[in-house]
Design a protein around this ligand. Structure first.
Ligand code: PLP
Length: 381
């Protein structure tokens, strides 16, 4: 079969020939190794170290080097179609670090954080680390229910509202423009800071990137990351927020003590951005992940016709309901048959989503995903 240029550039074509592994791990939300652009980083490292010599090895500017933030601002403006002021950016070591910093600086143990349920399970872990009370508000195909959110906030104040607005982990849902406005209004009226963790936003299969939620508004903090679109090992992400939020982060002991969180990786990523390689890399990722999502969806429809899900339009995940099945028991059997997934109850602190599984399609070509679904079928049987 002919391979497209974009696939060749992403390096993903090599994996499409690979045989199915003993364990097909649909649990991890990781890119596969072949998708990681080693050549881009090799060239970036050569350029950065040739130019910057020893200065790059010293403590870095607290918010990230000016050059890194300018490159990031140019990239975000081009990809999201919004204005981006580099002074509103803080370079993090990934979205997880951004979220942890916000919890450290803007919450106290016992405070409430409202989340859109089901929610990213490791954000729940971060909230637990900080002793926060989590209130879960469910939603529909347009995102968290604004009316239910209003009731939750009327019942008790919340410091933060945590959302994954685009191609959410685990549900795959992207908030509609109307829902975004409603939710922002409810949060504003109750003085709750919105944290928009948008690490999948640039992975719309049709390339129509959703606008970042509440960009530049008072009371909104946007988290982003290169983990899902370039390399999680780089540990580079960003916070976009109002000056008072960034001032507080800069004044923190962590940042004052250590300086910029990651000057060397941030410089490498900035060099990749400046090289102009990102648009083609993103096009290749979108096309590959779209193919994989289609492959997984087709395999589920063919092999497990009772399973219910919304076909994903971006991101990494299918959120699948196995009617009448307990996903934990299914997982125990599936493991023995060589396939794994995340059981739905990981994405809540309550007793919901027990019939659900999060299936990640990012790591494997369609043929391996189809074999994974066949193994799942045997587990169901
Ligand atoms: C919603 C969400 N936020 C954050 C992360 C982690 O991002 P980072 O690697 O930038 O810390 C993930 C990874 O699974 C995620 O799904």
């Amino acid at each position: 079969m002919a391979r497209s240029d974009t696939e060749a550039r992403s390096g993903l074509e090599a994996a499409s020939d690979s045989a199915a592994p003993a364990l097909i791990d649909l649990a991890a939300g990781h890119p596969e190794s072949a998708a990681l652009p080693v050549d881009l980083f090799r060239a970036a490292a050569a350029a950065v170290f040739a130019r910057d010599r020893s200065s790059i090895l010293n403590y870095g500017a607290e918010r990230g080097e000016g050059a890194s933030r300018r490159a990031l601002a140019t990239f975000l403006a081009a990809e999201h179609g919004v204005e981006v002021d580099p002074e509103r950016l803080f370079v993090t070591a990934g979205a997880s670090v951004g979220l942890d910093l916000l919890c450290t600086l803007f919450t106290s143990p016992g405070d409430t954080v409202v989340v859109a349920a089901p929610t990213y399970h490791l954000a729940l872990r971060t909230f637990a680390d900080h002793g926060l009370e989590v209130v879960e508000v469910e939603g529909d195909r347009e995102g968290i229910d604004a009316r239910a959110l209003r009731s939750a906030l009327a019942a008790g104040p919340a410091k933060l509202l945590y959302l994954v607005p685009s191609f959410a982990n685990p549900s795959g849902v992207t908030m509609s423009p109307e829902r975004r406005l409603d939710v922002l209004e409810v949060a504003r009226a109750h003085g709750t800071t919105v944290v928009a963790d948008d690490v999948y936003a640039l992975l719309a299969f049709d390339g129509a990137t959703p606008a970042p939620l509440g960009w530049g508004r008072e009371g909104v903090v946007n988290l982003g990351s290169f983990s899902k679109i370039l390399a999680p090992g780089a540990r580079v992400g960003w916070i976009h927020a109002q000056p008072d939020v960034l001032d507080a982060i800069e004044a923190s002991g962590l940042v004052q003590g250590g300086g910029g969180l990651n000057p060397i990786p941030a410089a490498l990523v900035a060099e990749v951005l400046a090289s102009g390689a990102m648009p083609a890399h993103l096009r290749a990722l979108r096309s590959t992940y779209a193919d994989r999502a289609r492959g997984l969806v087709a395999a589920l429809e063919r092999t497990l016709p009772d399973v219910r899900f919304l076909a994903p339009t971006g991101g990494y995940f299918v959120w699948a309901r196995f009617p009448g099945r307990d996903a934990r028991s299914l997982l125990a059997r599936a493991h023995g048959l060589g396939v794994a997934f995340q059981p739905g109850d990981r994405f809540t602190l309550g007793d919901r989503w027990r019939e659900y599984a999060r299936l990640s399609f990012s790591r494997y070509p369609a043929s391996v995903l189809a074999e994974g679904v066949s193994r799942l079928r045997r587990a169901v049987d």
